[in-house]
Design a binder for this molecule. Structure first.
Ligand code: ACO
Length: 323
């Protein structure tokens, strides 16, 4: 049986770090409020010349290096982003060009904060369907450019960055014993649009627009939706929360992460947290967190790793894999 396994991981962050304290002179907030309600202490903000494609390219190169591969070895690039450099061409095609690739195919996936989980699931299907052997899956975002910097309820929450993985075809046998993706479940429900959306777009206002969110409403749904879809993945693979070696959740809010882990029976010391340093980087948050936990030696070969995200739409999903 063909499975897809992560063989390389990389990330990239903008140069500028913006600590919570910087907001105190700009809007009616305090550093303590932000940290207590969200767990965020700082975020990275893209400067001149730093874009979703440039950060995505840097993360992709790091993931290729980590896998010991070059762009020549890649068949497909899938980039998850809601902040493309241009409305079109796709950011994935832009990155393909930046990598000097003239072969294969590249396309974007748009599922907001769940984008990387959607893109990874899509890549897994390409590999298991025999259409590709090696795929670069990238999450790249510059949400700072969608924010209304006068809206204290949203501008403190987000940051910029990119993360990438190389997914490769491997031979697998049993559901819980082998390397690679063991289960993936995706969901969406457009009736929640008004709770988290961008108030512009090419087909409506003709402008980019700003992110709008009813945070309390998002919070109310988050834990239930996240844990439901994870439980589906546990059922497919026949495992329980206690068996997870590393939980790598979407990094939106520390309280959502802690409550989800508790409900799933995943011990707190098995949860990878980067929201304190990166803020919410939307589709980049899961691969950024993965990168950190691989680089510092926490995630090792053979570990059972659970990825999860939820975002605008709503969209939500989970991927369970053996590292
Ligand atoms: N500084 C100070 N006060 C603030 C700030 C701020 N930056 N932002 C809001 N407040 C105020 C509100 O105006 C409100 O005041 P009021 O009671 O006078 O009306 C008060 O703080 C409490 O507001 P709540 O929205 O109830 O605060 P809550 O504890 O829910 O925290 C937060 C807000 C952090 C946005 C939370 O609801 C949240 O994290 N929601 C999830 C949203 C999210 O993470 N979205 C990301 C995308 S979706 C996803 O990734 C899951």
């Amino acid at each position: 049986m063909i499975r897809s396994a992560v063989t390389g991981v990389g990330s990239a962050l903008p140069k500028r770090v913006m600590p919570n304290e910087e907001f105190e002179s700009k809007i009616d907030t305090t550093s303590e409020w932000i940290e207590q309600r969200t767990g965020i202490k700082q975020r990275y903000i893209a400067g001149e010349g730093e874009t979703s494609a440039s950060l995505g390219e840097a993360a992709a190169r790091a993931a290729l290096d980590n896998a010991g591969l070059t762009p020549d070895d890649i068949d497909v690039i899938i980039c998850a982003t809601s902040t493309p450099d241009n409305t079109f061409p796709a950011t994935a095609v832009n990155i393909q060009n930046r990598l000097g690739m003239r072969h294969g195919l590249a396309f974007d996936v748009q599922a907001v904060c769940t984008g990387f989980v959607y893109a990874t699931t899509t890549a897994d299907l390409y590999i298991r369907g025999g259409m590709a052997k090696r795929i670069l899956v990238i999450g790249a975002e510059t949400f700072s450019r969608l924010l209304d910097w006068e809206d204290r309820t949203t501008c403190v929450l987000f940051g910029d960055g990119a993360g990438a993985v190389v997914l490769e075809a491997v031979e697998g046998v049993g559901l819980t014993s082998d390397r690679g993706i063991l289960a993936a479940h995706l969901r969406s429900d457009g009736s929640h649009k008004e709770k988290l959306y961008v108030d512009g777009g090419p087909s409506t206002t003709g402008s980019v627009g700003h992110l709008r969110m009813v945070g309390r409403e998002v919070f109310k749904h988050a834990v239930g939706m996240i844990t439901d879809v994870i439980e589906d993945s546990f059922e497919t693979a026949g495992i329980t929360g206690e068996q997870i070696d590393w939980f790598v959740p979407h990094q939106a809010n520390r309280r959502i992460i802690d409550a989800s882990a508790k409900k799933l029976g995943i011990p707190a010391d098995k949860v990878v947290i980067t929201v304190d340093k990166h803020g919410n980087t939307s589709a980049a948050s899961v691969p950024l967190a993965l990168s950190v936990a691989v680089a510092d030696g926490r995630i090792k070969k053979g570990d059972l790793v659970l990825l999860e995200a939820m975002g605008g739409g709503f969209t939500w999903g989970a991927v369970l894999l053996r590292w």
